[in-house]
Ligand binder design. Sequence first.
Ligand code: HEC
Length: 151
Amino acid sequence: MTLWLALAALALFVLTIGCAAAEVAHAPVVDASRLPPLGTEWRTENPYRGNAEAEAVGRTVFNQSCARCHGADAAGGGSAPDLRRLDGFCRAIGDAKLRHDCMVDNDVFFRDSVLHGKVRVGVVHMPPWEGLLPQEVLWAVQAFVESQRGK
Ligand code: HEC
C-alpha cells in the first residue's frame, strides 16, 4: 500500500516536471540579420508580409519553436490550432480599407498571442515568448505561416 502511494506520488512528480518542462519557451537559434531592422517599438502591422527572405527565417524559427504544437511547417495536425486559418476571415473581405483594418487587428492578435502566450487559470497552454523573440523574428514567423496558406 505504502509502496503504491510512493509510486503514485513519483509518477505525479515526473508528470508535473515533464509537463512544466515541455511548456517553457526557448530563444530559437536563427540569423535574422538579413532582414530590414525594425527598431524596438513594436509594430501593429507585419512589415514583412510576402517577403521571401523573412519567410525563410520564419520557417526555421517555426520548426524550432512552434511546430511541436502547431504542426511541422505549420501544416496543422498538432495539439494546437492550425495557424494558417487565422487571417482567412480578413482576406475574404471585399472592401480594401476594411480588409486592411482587419489584417492589422489580426497582426496584433498574432503578436500578442506569441509575446504573452496562452495562460488560462494558471495553466500554460502556450508559453510566452516576450524577451526571447525580437520583433524581426516574430513578424518573420507570421510571414512564413501566411506563406503556407492552402498548402
Ligand atoms: C506548448 C505548445 C505550443 C507551442 C510551443 C506554441 N503554441 Fe501557439 N498555441 C498553443 C495552444 C494550445 C493554443 C490555443 C490556446 C488557446 O487559445 O486556448 C495556441 C494558440 C496560438 C495562437 C492563437 C491562435 C488562435 O486561433 O487563437 C497563435 C497566433 C499562436 N499560438 C502562435 C504560436 C507561435 C508563432 C508559436 C511559436 C513561436 C507557438 N504558437 C508555439 C500551443 C502552443
